[in-house]
Design a protein around this ligand. Structure first.
Ligand code: RTP
Ligand code: MG
Length: 140
């Protein structure tokens, strides 16, 4: 067990419905601390670059269009085993499969419009944090 940092995104379906505070409350209740946060609007090019790993997937175009459709809140969460802890509180990708009490169960609209993103491993967490934040913006 170790203190980790992970990259979280509150996605357009959630910012549009003014759910940032409710989602942050879920993180905080789970023992995660928001140590950096900003609201930005991604261009399609930036969204495409962020999700480049999914380029070959059939949902890529739809995903990029969605992520650039409205502002997002990008944030760094810190805490004990933050990467898996965050994935646990997010719930399964498809809200129909998500456990009760998880963010996606409570707030997601569909498998695509699923309210939150969270890094899936230490390597991707480091890359994704650096994609959005400079070292000076991270105050642990
Ligand atoms: P994320 O990367 O956003 O945290 O989500 P995840 O790990 O749970 O899911 P992943 O497989 O990495 O997929 C990335 C995002 O693509 C959208 N998606 N749409 N239409 C579909 O079948 C489909 N499948 C995935 C979702 O927004 C998912 O979170
Ligand atoms: Mg993923």
């Amino acid at each position: 067990m170790a203190i980790e940092r992970t990259l979280s995104i509150i996605k357009p379906d959630a910012t549009k419905r003014n759910l940032t505070g409710k989602i942050n409350a879920k993180f905080e209740e789970a023992g995660l601390r928001v140590i950096a946060q900003k609201r930005i609007k991604l261009s399609p090019e930036q969204a495409g670059k962020f999700y480049e790993v999914h380029k070959a997937r059939p949902f890529y175009g739809e995903l990029v269009e969605f992520m650039a459709s409205e502002p997002v809140v990008v944030q760094v969460l810190e805490g004990e085993s933050a990467i898996t802890r965050n994935r646990d509180v997010m719930g399964a990708t498809n809200p129909a499969d998500a456990a009760p009490g998880t963010i996606r169960k409570e707030f997601a609209l569909s498998v695509g419009e699923n309210s939150v993103h969270g890094s899936d491993a230490p390597e991707t967490a480091a890359q994704e944090i650096a994609f959005f934040f400079s070292g000076l913006e991270l105050v642990g």
